[in-house]
Design a protein around this ligand. Structure first.
Ligand SMILES: Cc1cc2nc3c(=O)[nH]c(=O)nc-3n(C[C@H](O)[C@H](O)[C@H](O)COP(=O)(O)OP(=O)(O)OC[C@H]3O[C@@H](n4cnc5c(N)ncnc54)[C@H](O)[C@@H]3O)c2cc1C
Length: 469
């Protein structure tokens, strides 16, 4: 009899995320075959593609929408992320103030409303995605960050964001680690935790209940302008003629040459532990179950899952030459090892905790860390990408913007600079690799040098370019 693997003993060579492994995905959906028509073709069945489909059908239920996915629903970042779902549309308030000072107040309000609507949507449609309204906790593990935290409380308050400074004893009493020197607690309202695979699969279910067709294992290879619309063609030679096409392919968007300049795919890696025993759980505190991160340039993010495992991710952000993406990059033993070492420093009381789940995924990084929108083919093609590691919540808002481009061109939101302007482009190779790796090196140096930014980072700061995950 063939041995079956238990949920706590995944194939050691597997790079499937804990989320996708932990809950069944249902029967495979058929691929696109032959020649078909739709009003809107959406390429990519992650959060952006599916929220767009839902927004289109909310506004006009008669619009025929077909979603084409190269693998399966949630195959990309949407099925592999940390499950931190934040209100911010701008990769945090500080980044919003920096790049969109004139619009940040509106964007903050939009983001908060978007998160509330996202939560309400999951409840109305019975999507049980283990959503926890916990609030967030950033921790300082370097002395210079303590003063930065104190200063940030006041600046955030000026923009309506409530943050509570926690001193060393208070933050350690909340989550027991010898590393923390201070904390910034953000009360619930702007930050929830969820299971992203359950959310993305729930969105697919709602789409199908509304008559939206999703084809899996259907890789789009080209889009061309046709009279009255576009023709989308797949690797297998099937075609879909549509009035509009939405490109929602995130870090995999290299297939469309015109998008390459806007983003770099950056690999981010995650570990998920065995469930904690009651003794292990008691040894760390963390009764508020907040989503947590440290505050270095190369930062870790960490949280509890619904069944009390620890998810620990981040730190390395790896760029592969020629904007490489693919399954060959989903496992990176050197990063997994580094993450485990860092984890054991943060939680020495959990020295023997195993991490059976290890995976990576590609993040669509832009030079200003926020989503960018655009249109091509005479307005028949609309794209949105570039959330830079903070797209779980923002992708719902982006889906609404794409819907506005197609169905509500008079929408005020389309006039925002946030929507209209583009981030500074990344250079082509070989400069691209050189630049990204130089900046990574400089960020690492700053982390080891009390946060002091060298001349390269200061020059980039001055022109508003950055690199993050
Ligand atoms: C490891 C990791 C951790 C993260 N953690 C967080 C977090 O905690 N919080 C947060 O807010 N964000 C996080 N993010 C980012 C977040 O997951 C993304 O911003 C978000 O999921 C983007 O959704 P998307 O639909 O735009 O892209 P994706 O989910 O990547 O979807 C794109 C889809 O397009 C498909 N596709 C690509 N090319 C083609 C083609 N040619 N034809 C057909 N289909 C195609 C892909 O297979 C994929 O399914 C993380 C990302 C990663 C990788």
């Amino acid at each position: 009899m063939a041995a079956t693997r238990s949920r706590d003993d995944p194939d050691p060579g597997s790079s499937i995320s804990y989320w996708l492994a932990a809950s069944p995905g249902g029967a495979p959906r058929p691929s696109l075959t032959g020649a078909t028509r739709a009003d809107v073709a959406i390429v990519g069945a992650g959060f952006t593609g599916l929220w767009t489909a839902i927004a289109l059908s909310d506004t006009d239920p008669s619009v025929r929408v077909v979603v084409l996915e190269q693998e399966t629903v949630g195959f990309g970042a949407s099925g592999r992320n940390g499950g931190f779902c934040q209100a911010s549309l701008t990769h945090g308030l500080a980044n919003g103030i920096r790049h969109f000072p004139d619009e940040v107040a509106l964007l903050e309000r939009e983001g908060i409303a978007n998160l509330a609507e996202l939560i309400a949507f999951t409840r109305t449609h019975g999507i049980d995605c283990e959503l926890e309204e916990t609030g967030g906790l950033s921790v300082a593990d370097q002395a210079h960050q303590v003063d930065e935290f104190k200063a940030w409380v006041d600046e955030a308050a000026e923009h309506g964001e409530e943050l509570v400074f926690l001193d060393r004893d208070t933050v350690r009493a909340e989550v027991h680690s010898p590393l923390w020197l201070a904390g910034l607690y953000q009360p619930p309202g702007r930050d929830v935790l969820l299971d992203p695979a359950k959310l993305v699969r729930g969105l697919a279910r709602v789409c199908e209940e509304r008559g939206i067709t999703i084809h899996e294992r259907t890789r789009v290879s080209s889009v061309e302008r046709r009279a009255g619309g576009v023709r989308v063609t797949t690797d297998d030679g099937a075609s879909l003629d549509a009035g509009h096409v939405v490109v929602a392919t995130s870090a995999y968007s290299g297939w469309l040459a015109r998008l390459e300049q806007h983003f770099v795919p950056v690999y981010d890696y995650v570990l998920v532990s065995d469930p904690l025993t009651p003794e292990q759980r008691a040894s760390i505190g963390w009764h508020g179950r907040e989503g947590m991160s440290d505050s270095n340039n190369q930062f870790h993010y960490f949280r509890l899952t619904a069944d009390d495992r620890i998810l620990w991710g981040g730190y390395d952000a790896i760029y592969h030459r020629n904007s490489g993406v693919g399954p060959q990059f989903d496992r990176r033993p050197a990063t997994f090892e580094k993450l485990e070492i860092h984890f054991r420093r943060a939680f020495p009381q959990l020295g023997d905790l195993r991490f059976p789940y290890r995976w990576g995924g590609a993040i669509d990084t832009t030079s200003r860390f926020t989503v960018t929108f655009g249109q091509a083919l005479g307005g028949r093609l609309t794209y949105a990408l570039g959330y830079t590691g903070l797209g779980v919540g923002a992708s719902r808002w982006a889906g609404g913007i794409i819907r506005d481009f197609i169905l509500r061109p008079d929408s005020d939101l389309l006039r925002l600079r946030f929507v209209r302007s583009r981030p500074l482009p990344f250079p082509p190779e070989p400069l691209r690799s050189i630049a990204v790796n130089l900046v990574r090196h400089e960020l690492d140096r700053a982390d080891r040098n009390e946060g002091r930014r060298g001349i390269v980072l200061r020059a980039l700061d001055a022109v508003g370019i950055g690199f993050d995950s």
